[in-house]
Design a protein around this ligand. Structure first.
Ligand code: ADP
Ligand code: MG
Ligand code: MG
Length: 251
């Protein structure tokens, strides 16, 4: 079943009008892991932000359907409630809100959108504990304010914890590997692998091949100047590692 279908997507910076996405196509089905690789500035983060409805960008052409619905008709929070998740390259700190309250609110908002009863703090704690264990996160994380004073690695783990709690259908993970040492990378990758199900999907955005040693993609897409210019299997990432973007020939 198709989760996300993007056709001819064009988008520009909301104020300046500079076009960044120039006719991008991608289709993601349930159970798949896709990787988008590309040089800095090719538009990878812009794609992820446009998909979740970031106000800095205007969609000027093309279409995107998520679970059959026109994505661009939905408000950013409706996209999230529908099961679309984006991890941030630089997660924000939320002073004065404990991590556990933040996670419970986010989880309950998703449950409400699905017509389910909200979890009270005790029920939520029972739901959360195994997820913490899986991520090798200490319970002391929960009482701390969201991302406040977290190290880079802790912020990334917290992003994956948010993903686990939201039980998203499509997770877009933008440079989840940046700034992680090899142990943290392995834990984060293992946690992402642990969240994979036959009815969800992951879109990994990464500059480096290294992450794909730990999370095996079904498809690798190369992005250049706001378009996907080449698609292949996991071997495409290996070609990139060996020869750089130039080795792929004219694109
Ligand atoms: P990547 O994630 O592949 O490194 P980005 O999507 O961050 O690429 O950026 C693509 C291009 O668009 C870059 O040249 C960047 O400077 C530009 N860009 C992205 N967002 C903005 C913005 N809000 N304002 C101006 N230029 C932007
Ligand atoms: Mg960048
Ligand atoms: Mg980026």
């Amino acid at each position: 079943k198709v989760l996300l279908e993007v056709e001819g997507l064009e988008a520009e910076v909301a104020d300046g009008g500079r076009q960044i996405l120039k006719g991008l196509n991608i289709t993601i089905r349930e159970g798949e892991v896709h990787a988008i690789m590309g040089k800095n500035g090719s538009g990878k983060s812009t794609l992820s932000k446009v998909l979740v409805g970031h106000p800095d960008y205007d969609v000027t052409g093309g279409s995107a359907k998520f679970k059959g619905k026109d994505l661009f008709e939905l408000e950013p929070e409706e996209r999230s409630h529908a099961g679309l998740f984006l991890s941030f390259q630089s997660p924000v700190e939320v002073p004065g809100v404990s991590n556990t309250d933040f996670l419970r609110m986010a989880h309950n908002a998703r449950r409400q959108a699905q017509g389910l009863k909200e979890l009270d703090p005790l029920e939520f704690y029972a739901f959360l504990t195994p997820k913490l264990d899986q991520l090798k996160m200490d319970a002391s994380f929960l009482s701390r304010n969201v991302n406040e004073g977290f190290s880079g690695g802790e912020k990334k783990r917290n992003e994956i914890l948010q993903l686990a709690v939201l039980e998203a259908d499509l997770a877009i993970l933008d440079e989840i590997d940046s700034g992680l040492d090899i142990d943290a990378l392995r834990d984060v990758a293992e946690a992402v692998n642990g969240l994979r199900k036959s009815n969800n999907a992951v879109l990994l955005i990464t500059h480096y091949q290294r992450l794909l040693d730990y999370i095996t993609p079904d498809f690798v897409h190369i992005m250049q100047s706001g378009r996907i210019v080449k698609t292949g299997g996991k071997e495409l990432a290996k070609e990139l590692e060996q020869g750089g973007y130039g080795a792929l020939g004219p694109m």
